[in-house]
Design a protein around this ligand. Structure first.
Ligand code: ASP
Length: 361
């Protein structure tokens, strides 16, 4: 044993005993000091960088997903992971990795973001997105977009090229134009599948008009899959980022904004923790889910998975809020928690192996 190792060993084993013997600390305080000392002396563990994504949570059951559709979803999630991972591998930022992964999912009609977004009550696609830089707490968010092809890119522009955090509607689209982002005709976002989903939701609503507007057209239409997309990442420099993009909820009232673009509700990142959520947005807003997970990590010292579960499996379940989250902490720990039957999700760490899952495996 070298003398420094011997010294560490002596300090770790003897110091707490001395503290207790001397009566200068309670047993609990001594144990805490022991843990603090041990972690101070332990060789610093290098954070495991990587990326985690989701493609929405909800009633995704094996029997309702054809093998072809499942293969398509898995392939697209893998492609998004690889795009983000490639950026992280070459030392790129977590913000770039998050944007790249989300962009791919926005361009795919398989998910409820960008092309393939769900329809509002009046038959339009209205898109929301947000991105947040954990290192600086800078954030950008947009809501109510009808023509911006990739809302996540506009959220990034709001963060980097404006003094604001959130922009909505026509003003945000004018800003997109000014920044040279790609604008598309409203029909670009339309898919027949989503249109039919709206028709079923409208019929359902007509049959039982007493439903609260926030859940109208979801449960019992068989269409209560959310399909929002999101990503969190930790880069080699140790910085976290989070982003989320969505069309919102089928049959939402025009002008309704969900949790995805609300910083602290559906999207949040700080130097220790990054979260992106999917699910019934009204609940995620009320319980400021994304921020609360990070707060529990920080104030209660909970491990990431426990912090995520306490919100998703306890607080939200009790309130009746369906959905899930993906999260990463600054050590590279990953958490994916959902209280719905399924959540499209995936992760890729330093080893570059994609892990994609849909059901509660
Ligand atoms: N959270 C989104 C919203 O309420 C929907 C979703 O996750 O699919 O707008």
């Amino acid at each position: 044993m070298s003398s420094s190792v011997l010294l560490r060993h002596t300090l770790i084993t003897v110091l707490p005993a001395l503290l207790v013997l001397n009566g200068c600390a309670s047993g609990q305080t001594a144990a805490r000091e022991e843990a603090a000392l041990a972690s101070e002396l332990a060789p610093a563990r290098k954070p495991q960088w990587g990326i985690v994504i989701h493609g929405g949570a909800g009633t995704i059951r094996r029997e309702s997903l054809t093998p072809e559709r499942e293969a398509e979803v898995r392939a697209k999630l893998t492609e998004a992971l690889q795009a983000g991972h490639a950026i992280l591998t070459r030392g790129g930022s977590s913000l770039d990795a998050v944007s790249a992964a989300i962009r791919i999912l926005e361009d795919s009609p398989l998910f409820n973001a960008g092309k393939g977004a769900v329809f509002t009550h009046d038959g339009r696609n209205e898109l929301d997105a947000a991105i947040m830089d954990g290192k600086t707490l800078n954030a950008g968010a947009v809501a109510g977009m009808h023509h911006v092809k990739n809302p996540i890119e506009l959220a990034r522009k709001v963060m980097e090229k404006s003094p604001h955090v959130m922009m909505v509607g026509e003003g945000a689209e004018a800003f997109a134009k000014q920044e040279g982002l790609e604008l598309v005709p409203a029909e670009y976002f339309r898919t027949e599948e989503r249109w039919q989903q709206l028709q079923r939701a409208l019929e359902k609503e007509k049959a039982s008009p007493a439903q609260p507007p926030s859940s109208a057209g979801l449960a019992a239409t068989g269409d209560d899959k959310f399909g929002t997309v999101g990503a969190v990442a930790l880069d080699q420099a140790g910085n976290l980022a989070a982003g989320t993009s969505t069309g919102g909820l089928t049959n939402k009232r025009y002008g309704r904004v969900g949790d995805s673009p609300i910083i602290g509700a559906g999207t949040y990142a700080n130097p220790r923790c990054a979260v992106s959520a999917t699910g019934h947005g009204e609940y995620f807003i009320r319980f400021t889910v994304a921020h609360d997970i990070c707060a529990r990590l920080e104030y209660l010292d909970l491990p990431l998975q426990e912090a995520a579960n306490s919100l998703v499996m306890e607080v939200l379940v009790k309130a009746g809020g369906e959905g899930g989250v993906i999260a990463m902490d600054a050590h590279g720990n990953v958490a994916m928690s959902f209280n719905s039957p399924g959540m499209y999700r995936g992760s890729m760490g330093q080893d570059g192996a994609p892990h994609v899952a849909i059901f509660r495996e």
